[in-house]
Ligand binder design. Structure first.
Ligand code: ATP
Length: 436
């Protein structure tokens, strides 16, 4: 992880937020390469969940919502973690995660194990960020930054139904920011206080929910494979009776094997009719669905798929990172699936003379209109290849003496390091076919 975090900073994937002021705890900024990587992941998700299907609509609900939403959802009363303080060192821990924590004074021990530790009794701590709407800071104007995007979907379920041609079963998908005042955030962008979720809520007839749940489990795992994640590093974790959230009838997590252990990257939940039932009760608005084909009225069950865009981004970085021995030197490669690589191709004139820079410049601008590209004319060609390997760029196009005479360029592929000559007229099609 240390190597990855330092590469992310050096190459412009991820920076610490407000770094020049000493940083802000567990908040991160995405640099030029990171923003492209994360955007590609979100685009792939949107394509698979919205554009490729005819039974899912997109939505972009606001972060700020009516405070009653969070009472109905159960977040005001129950979105809490048990917190313990150490009176000696003033550190704070999640009482249910002490096993994974370290005593700041003696890191070989867990909190409470060192003779100087003095832990308080656990007290419940609500994870929602609170703020005020309008100029007066009083309890009547308290609102929350949403801790999940899902509620924006539930409260718009009828708007989407009435304005689209969808009929149950159908889904609503959304990508957006969520905020949680986590007690023990950490592991780089794995657990942060501000993050993005990619959530889809699928509304089904009660009784068909278990079948849909199984389908969604299969489709979501296949999606993680499709962005190139190593299947052997992905597994299912089923929530046992003691682990199930208050709203869930069944829940599975997709977990990835990180350097710090197996951890959740996406949850698939059968939420029954809990959410629409609660919003119906708290808002006083009827949220039942009338099925014209069968003349039945029912409150739809919901199958939810909920992934973190930042967590999946971290997963692709961890999964892609490798070091290899090549000609006595170590090369660091980010072997991203080409479809999510931030830069698709680099254009490299072999030398800065003999017509090569002019041809390279023209090709670069042609390519750049199609996909993100990078131009590099400084240093030995081997060094330039290494720089692109480290950024995860799948193709390097080298312009050499032969290019100027016959119009072909050398295309070097990142993983196998094989080279083929491609005519400049075919270059865009050649790369497009391979980056999806
Ligand atoms: P965890 O047990 O790791 O706290 P959770 O079970 O609370 O996660 P959910 O509420 O199911 O998570 O949220 C769905 C997804 O949102 C998670 O699978 C994860 O990818 C992402 N997510 C949740 N909390 C965070 C966070 N603090 N930072 C980054 N991503 C998060």
């Amino acid at each position: 992880m240390d190597k990855l975090v330092s590469l992310c900073k050096r190459r412009g994937f991820v920076f610490q937020s407000s770094e020049i002021y000493g940083g802000l705890g567990s908040v991160w900024d995405y640099g030029p390469l990171g923003v492209e990587l994360k955007k590609n992941i979100k685009d792939r998700w949107w394509r698979a969940m919205v554009h490729a299907r005819d039974d899912i609509e997109g939505l972009d609900a606001a972060i700020l919502m009516h405070p009653r939403v969070w009472e109905a959802s159960g977040h005001v009363a129950g979105f809490t973690d048990p917190l313990v303080d150490c009176k000696t060192c003033k550190a704070r821990f999640r009482a249910d995660k002490l096993e994974d924590a370290r005593c700041p004074q003696k890191p070989s021990k867990k909190p409470g194990e060192h003779s100087a530790c003095e832990l308080t009794e656990p007290r419940m701590f609500n994870l929602m960020f609170k703020t005020f709407m309008g100029p007066v800071e009083e309890s009547a104007s308290v609102i929350y930054l949403r801790p999940e995007t899902a509620q924006g979907i539930y409260v718009n379920y009828q708007n989407v139904l009435n304005s689209s041609r969808q009929r149950v079963p159908f889904g609503i998908a959304q990508i957006g920011k969520a905020f949680r005042n986590e007690i023990t955030p950490g592991n780089f962008i794995f657990r942060t206080r501000e993050f993005e979720q990619m959530e889809m809520q699928f509304f089904v007839k009660p009784g068909s929910d278990e079948e849909w749940f199984e389908r969604w489990r299969e489709w979501r795992m296949a999606w993680h494979h499709s962005i190139g994640l190593e299947p052997a590093k992905l597994r299912w974790h089923i929530h046992g009776p003691g682990e199930l959230a208050h709203y869930a009838k069944a829940a599975y997590d997709i977990e990835y094997e990180f350097p710090f252990g197996w951890n959740e990257i996406e949850g698939i939940h059968n939420r029954s009719d809990f959410d629409l039932g609660r919003h119906q009760e708290y808002s006083g608005k009827k949220l039942e669905y009338f099925d014209q084909a069968t003349n039945e009225r029912f409150l739809p069950y919901i199958v939810e798929t909920s992934a973190g865009a930042d967590r999946v981004t971290l997963t692709t970085l961890v999964d892609a990172y490798r070091e290899e021995e090549v000609e006595g030197e170590t090369r660091v490669v980010l072997g991203f699936h080409p479809s999510i690589a931030p830069i698709k191709a680099a254009v490299l004139p072999l030398v800065k003379k003999d017509g090569m820079p002019e041809l390279a410049d023209r090709l670069f601008h042609d390519l750049k209109r199609q996909f993100p590209c990078f131009y590099d004319d400084s240093g030995a060609i081997g060094r330039r290849y290494r720089r692109m390997d480290e950024a995860g760029t799948p193709f390097c196009c080298t312009i050499d003496g032969q290019s100027v005479t016959d119009g072909t360029v050398t295309v070097r592929e990142r993983d196998a390091m094989t080279q083929v000559r491609v005519h400049q007229d075919q270059l865009i099609a050649f790369i497009r076919e391979r980056v999806g």
